[in-house]
Ligand binder design. Structure first.
Ligand code: 13P
Length: 253
């Protein structure tokens, strides 16, 4: 590992709406790579909902975790097209992403809804990854830190999360899928601000919550990003779709 930490970094691959049956081979290759050359990191893949069950079966007994990309707060009901946290757990997921900017932006998800989703994740025994991130307009207006700390405070079900495993992901909206990343100083400033909020809300527990960076992470920039003091992992989109790239990123942890 590149730095002293008591918590292993988390290398998370968000496949978004990508992946048919054949893509299970990539997940198998990731698991095989992690078996033969174990990184000093936890590794997790978040495939589309249609692949969760088969991926969990394919990776059973291996160290790569499988997670959902979203969940609805309710346990069940007349919610056409939605998936509950219990359903994800039943399919073999152990984690779930909530509040991704593609959900916040594309579906108008509010902080309050993200909070309810994180609560549902805990109810179902899933480890939530709660995402925050500013838009380019907000960054240009000098409001990035205010926006992300505000999102974090309003998106975390603090009482329910006490003593539970969870992670936070900082994903600047303008860095997602664009090949652009913030400077290392900007990443560290954002993570420092999020850490301060976590310690304020959770005391000692808040010091150990992994804060992932996400947005155009690739095998070339991963080492620098992961070496920042408050970066506890990465949430990888495009570069997680190929096992070789994803393993190369995990190897930098
Ligand atoms: P990219 O790595 O493709 O920029 O996506 C980041 C992301 O949104 C992960 O959740």
């Amino acid at each position: 590992m590149s730095k002293l930490t008591t918590v292993r970094p988390l290398i998370a691959g968000n496949w978004k709406m990508n992946g048919l049956t054949a893509a299970l081979d990539e997940a198998r290759a990731v698991a095989a790579g992690v078996e033969t050359d174990p990184p000093g990191a936890r590794v997790a893949i978040f495939p589309p909902a249609t692949l969760i069950h088969r991926m969990a079966d394919a990776l059973a007994g291996q160290t790569v975790a499988v997670g959902g990309q979203d969940c609805r707060p309710e346990v069940s009901g007349a919610f056409t097209g939605d998936t509950s946290a219990e359903m994800l757990a039943d399919a073999g997921a152990t984690m779930v992403i909530v509040g991704h900017s593609e959900r916040r932006g594309g579906y108008g998800e509010t902080d309050a809804l993200v909070l309810a989703k994180a609560q549902a994740a805990l109810r179902a025994g899933l480890e939530p990854i709660v995402c925050v991130g500013e838009s380019l307009e907000q960054r240009d207006a000098g409001r990035a830190i205010e926006v992300i700390t505000g999102q974090l405070r309003a998106s975390l079900p603090v009482d329910a999360l006490k003593g539970e495993a969870f992670a936070v992901a900082y994903e600047p909206v303008w860095a997602i899928g664009t090949g652009r990343t913030p400077t290392l100083n900007d990443i560290e400033a954002a993570h420092d601000a999020l850490r301060t909020v976590l310690i304020e809300l959770f005391s000692d527990q808040g010091a150990g919550v992994p804060i992932l960076y996400g947005g155009s992470v690739n095998p070339k920039n991963a080492a620098d990003i992961l070496s920042q003091k408050e970066v506890g992992g990465v949430l990888v989109g495009g570069a997680s779709l190929k096992a070789a790239d994803f393993l190369a990123i995990a190897a930098r942890a």
